[in-house]
Design a protein around this ligand. Structure first.
Ligand code: CU
Length: 159
């Protein structure tokens, strides 16, 4: 091996090392800036999702406001509801008809407390009362004399 051949090899090796160092440095710069951009985009879209979920929950609250009419027929001594004793929660107008020979009325009781009451109804007359029923247990009864004890009460379940 001559002296000039050894020198040429040495120069080629030095050039290869220098190129390798330049290439490695350039590629690491571009990958780190891409990661920063992605993280910023992800956090802002998560905030948008939670804001729209709150809006849809409040919209469903203001839906139902229709009043339902039901009929209570009173006799000596009973009360009958035309649609049965299971009701859906909501606003009600209760039309009360007294078909008996005694005077009657209709009271709506929830947890031992009267929440609505009709006028006192003479035999053959009718009246009405309005009441908002929440889910729970109720008693519709006649508050005249001892009529409730004589059978003028019905248990009503609201769901
Ligand atoms: Cu009565």
């Amino acid at each position: 091996m001559s002296l000039s051949q050894v020198r040429r090899r040495g120069a080629a090796l030095t050039l290869a090392l220098a190129l390798g160092a330049l290439t490695a440095c350039g590629s690491s710069d571009s990958s780190s800036s891409a990661a920063t951009t992605t993280a910023g985009t992800t956090s802002s879209s998560a905030a948008d999702t939670s804001a729209s979920a709150g809006t849809s929950a409040s919209a469903s609250d203001s839906g139902a406001a229709a009043t339902t009419a039901i009929t209570a027929t009173e006799a000596d001594f009973s009360i009958k509801l035309d649609g049965g004793n299971d009701l859906k929660a909501g606003e009600y107008t209760i039309n009360v008809t007294n078909t008996g020979n005694a005077t009657h009325d209709l009271v709506v009781e929830q947890n031992g407390k009267d929440i609505a009451k009709s006028d006192t109804l003479r035999p053959g007359s009718s009246g009405s009362l309005s009441v908002t029923l929440q889910p729970g247990s109720y008693v519709f009864y006649c508050s005249i004399g001892n009529h409730r004890a004589m059978g003028m009460e019905v248990n009503v379940t609201v769901s």
